[in-house]
Design a protein around this ligand. Structure first.
Ligand SMILES: NC(=O)c1ccc[n+]([C@@H]2O[C@H](COP(=O)([O-])OP(=O)(O)OC[C@H]3O[C@@H](n4cnc5c(N)ncnc54)[C@H](OP(=O)(O)O)[C@@H]3O)[C@@H](O)[C@H]2O)c1
Length: 290
């Protein structure tokens, strides 16, 4: 979202300042990434953030490093905050929602990153008419290069929409979708990092096959993916144009492209996104029927 060519610091300066107490329920990979993003973007001061987790060692580390408040008690976290970020695993969500219900207030904004769990499920479990936002971030949020989609429940106000969006903008790019599009988002950017790691791995092996050391191959493969993505983002040009620009007639690249086309690279990736989307739909149906 309008971040072309902007540094992380510039992006942070433009953020909507929330300045409200935020509880992060589940301070694992994603919960900690969001916590760091919120602090770095100065969305709310560290003393207004309360990290809640069953793992007290994790809480001690976060408190020492980021000066946030911590508690293993979900009720306390809910009572002392206005924004609740649900970052637990899907199989833990029902248990956490049951405890949250005891302290939830109508003004609370609930933002869930829990894969597959629908807004209607959360609404039903919490029993109050609340602003609920469902999102699908990805693992690159841990390095402020995430790709996240957000979907707003019926009762989410314009101000709450801004709050939810700025939390994910603090750790990368954000798009707004309808809830039924989140399965496709899961198939593309949620699972996408795994596809790209396979591409990187294969490029490394290609270099090694042709006699480069593994170290050199690894450095070149990673930087090639990073540089290509950065150029595509900063230029705003269609990837096909960028590809044409490096494809000399009769040269090396066109020969490689022919090879990739004859093995169906593009169809394979389209099928991968479609298959992952269907699996996300299936899992979501199973989980929400529990
Ligand atoms: N990782 C991704 O790429 C990704 C992408 C999109 C969406 N998501 C979603 O993000 C959510 C979190 O994923 P993650 O990778 O961050 O998982 P994670 O690292 O396992 O984090 C979950 C945290 O919640 C804690 N927890 C367990 N039970 C709890 C309870 N009753 N109260 C409070 N905290 C509790 C866990 O502690 P213990 O470890 O001690 O159990 C852990 O620290 C998942 O729902 C997933 O669907 C993840």
């Amino acid at each position: 979202m309008q971040t072309k060519g902007k540094s992380v610091a510039q992006k942070h300066d433009e953020h909507h300042h929330i300045n409200k107490p935020i509880a992060i329920l589940g301070a694992g990979n994603m919960g900690s990434a969001l916590l760091k993003g919120i602090i770095n973007a100065k969305l709310t001061p560290p003393n207004k953030i309360i990290a809640c987790d069953v793992n007290t060692e994790k809480l001690q580390t976060l408190s020492a490093e980021w000066k946030v408040r911590t508690t293993p008690d979900i009720r306390k976290a809910v009572q002392e905050s206005e924004i609740l970020l649900l970052c637990v695993k899907p199989q833990t969500l029902s248990k956490v929602l049951k405890v949250m219900k005891e302290s939830i207030r109508p003004g609370h904004l609930v933002i869930s990153i829990v894969a597959g769990m629908r807004i209607s499920f959360i609404q039903q479990m919490l029993g109050t008419d609340l602003g609920i936002v469902r999102t699908m971030p990805n693992i690159a949020a841990t390095v402020d290069e995430g790709a996240a989609a957000v979907a707003f429940g019926m009762s989410v106000t314009a101000e709450q929409q801004k709050i939810a969006t700025s939390i994910f903008e603090a750790v990368g790019e954000v798009v707004v979708v309808t809830e039924d599009q989140l399965d496709a988002v899961t198939g593309l950017s949620g699972s996408g990092p795994a596809y790209i790691y396979m591409v990187i791995e294969a490029l490394i092996d290609g270099g090694v096959k042709m006699g480069l050391s593994r170290d050199i191959s690894t450095k070149l493969a990673i930087q090639t993916v990073l540089g290509s993505a950065t150029l595509a983002k900063s230029s705003g040009l269609h990837p096909a144009i960028l590809r044409d620009q490096v494809t000399t007639p009769g040269g090396t690249t066109i020969n490689a492209i022919h090879e990739l086309e004859s093995h169906g690279l593009r169809s394979m990736l389209i099928d991968a996104v479609a298959t992952a989307t269907r699996r996300s739909e299936e899992l979501s149906k199973l989980m929400n029927n529990l």
